[in-house]
Design a protein around this ligand. Structure first.
Ligand code: PMP
Length: 512
């Protein structure tokens, strides 16, 4: 066994990993990367089909980001944000606010105006009649940035700010949060409290504060979807009356009746990640947000996975607008808090940001002796190397070359993934922009899931690794989310590898 692999086995405890399984085999030790390719210590090459757990945007070893980090390193790597400002963090905060303020129609500033959610194009065959009432809602404007280290801390900051804002503004003395079934917002205790994945979260119940949940619009397994399975994305053939939104509306109404309306609604916009890549049908986000606003709740958008162009290039096929960088922008939703991490630095360094509004900011202003300060912060807050990488990444994202690459990748994913429908174990293929989830089932006609103990997703990913493709499953869902520089040919290789890996694991002979 390679020396580094031995050291890993001797000393390293890996996240979200059953270490007994890990210790049974020699780990892949990555030593280099270039573009979408990772190279291991034995010189084998792999396509990074999940962008190193959803972080990488432009590819590994990108010359522009490398140069930005080297340039910053010549000046300084880090100085504290407690008591000091710094150059790249100030510039980055401005750029983030500018890019998040761009509305769908390309206007530089999102007006603080009364808006209606966009009209819902409704593909469901039963849907025309009943959709929940949503009222007009006032959109806030994001203009402050609080830096931290990763997705969990970005959410934790939003949670604490929302909690304290709700108390100070008189909304509630015991603010209560609502989030979505299957939600995953990180692993710190506050973020776990907002999450609803029993497998991850149940063990820590005693440590958590209670939050409520509403059904996810998981069309493929939705109890309200009357459609029989088809060989298509379940959102496209669903037959429902948006009952999930009705449940959400009633949840808000009931809580209000109790005299303590929800302080905040927390959502992963357009697609829930760790829940199993659960995409929302078009219109769900704007409608759910409008309901939350109607009931006076703050809106927390966890864009840790979805930000920075991941949700695709052309909103509704439009070619006249610059592609939105954030999922919320695709449905013209402006939250009160937006959590950003993962792709913020292009996948280079641990850095995160929580964006919020002047209104929230002002609730923390006061004379020192009033102690209204937001008493929260981390040693590496506003780190210069991370901020320099993030600035370079944002610049790359706005370049025509990057937009073309994303367009190409989106088209390639759309074309190539269709070939998987012939496999009877492929139950659902769902894609939002450059994020795809392929749900494996016993038989597509019944949607019957595999027992998690059979480790079907894990075994398929192991078979993929043997074919030079790296990704991690979420239960029985195979995630494909390659870096933006992945070529159509490389997408074909990834999908071909999956085409071969599924029967290798699930053929009748080896089906146990
Ligand atoms: N929110 C979402 C939507 C995520 O997908 C994740 C990570 N998968 C997190 C929060 C937590 O991010 P991190 O792992 O960087 O703490």
């Amino acid at each position: 066994m390679n020396k580094l692999a031995k050291l890993d086995r001797n000393y390293v405890w890996h996240p979200f990993t059953q270490m007994r399984d890990w210790l049974r085999r020699e780990p892949i030790v990555i030593v280099a990367g270039k573009g979408p390719v990772l190279r291991d210590v034995a010189g084998r090459e792999y396509l990074d089909a999940n962008s190193s757990i959803w972080t990488n945007l432009h590819g590994h070893n990108h010359p522009r980001i490398n140069a930005a980090i080297r340039g910053q390193l010549r000046k300084i790597a880090h100085s504290s944000a407690l008591g000091l400002a710094n150059e790249p963090a100030s510039l980055l905060a401005e750029q983030l606010i500018k890019s998040v303020s761009r509305s769908l129609n390309g206007a530089a500033d999102h007006p603080t105006a009364l808006r209606r959610p966009p009209r819902v194009e409704d593909p469901g065959r039963l849907t025309s009649a009943a959709t929940p009432l949503v009222g007009e809602s006032r959109q806030p404007r994001l203009n402050k940035v609080f830096f931290s280290d990763d997705g969990s801390t970005a959410v934790e900051v939003a949670l604490k700010l929302a909690y304290e804002f709700a108390r100070r503004s008189g909304m509630s003395q015991s603010p209560r949060f609502l989030s979505v079934q299957g939600a995953y917002h990180g692993d710190t205790v506050g973020a776990v409290s907002l999450g609803h994945i029993d497998l991850f979260h149940k063990a820590y119940r005693g440590l958590l504060f209670p939050t409520d949940k509403v059904p996810a619009p998981y069309c493929y397994r939705c109890p309200y979807n009357r459609a029989k399975p088809e060989r298509a994305d379940a959102r496209d053939y669903r037959q429902c009356r948006w009952e999930c939104l009705g449940v959400l509306e009633r949840k808000f109404a009931r809580q209000k009746k109790k005299g303590n309306p929800y302080a905040a609604f927390v959502v992963e916009p357009l697609i829930q990640g760790a829940a199993g890549m659960i995409p929302q049908p078009p219109g769900w986000l704007s409608r759910a947000s409008a309901v939350a606003r109607d009931y006076g709740a703050l809106l927390v958008a966890d864009e840790v996975m979805t930000a920075f162009g991941r949700t695709g290039v052309n909103p509704g096929g439009r070619t006249d607008v610059r592609p939105p960088l954030f999922a919320c922008q695709r449905e013209d939703v402006v939250p009160d808090f937006m959590a950003l991490a993962k792709g913020l630095t292009g996948g280079y360094l641990a850095m995160a940001a929580t964006l919020t509004t002047e209104r929230v900011f002002e609730a923390f202003l006061g004379e020192y002796h009033e102690f209204k300060t937001f008493f929260h912060g981390h040693s590496y807050t506003g780190n210069q190397l991370g901020a320099a990488a993030a600035l370079a990444s944002l610049e790359l994202l706005s370049s025509p070359a990057s937009i073309r690459a994303r367009e190409r990748l989106e088209g390639a994913l759309e074309d190539e993934l269709t070939s998987l429908w012939v496999n009877p174990h492929v139950g659902d293929i769902r894609r939002v922009g450059l994020i795809a989830g392929i749900e494996l089932v016993q038989d597509w006609r019944t949607r019957e899931p595999f027992d998690l103990r059979r480790r079907v997703g894990i075994r398929v990913c192991e078979a993929l690794a043997r074919r030079g493709v790296l990704t991690r499953p979420i239960g029985n869902v195979i995630v494909l989310m390659p870096p933006y520089c992945t070529t159509p040919l490389q997408v074909r290789c990834i999908v071909k590898a999956l085409e071969a890996a599924i029967p290798e694991v699930l053929s009748a002979r080896r089906n146990r």
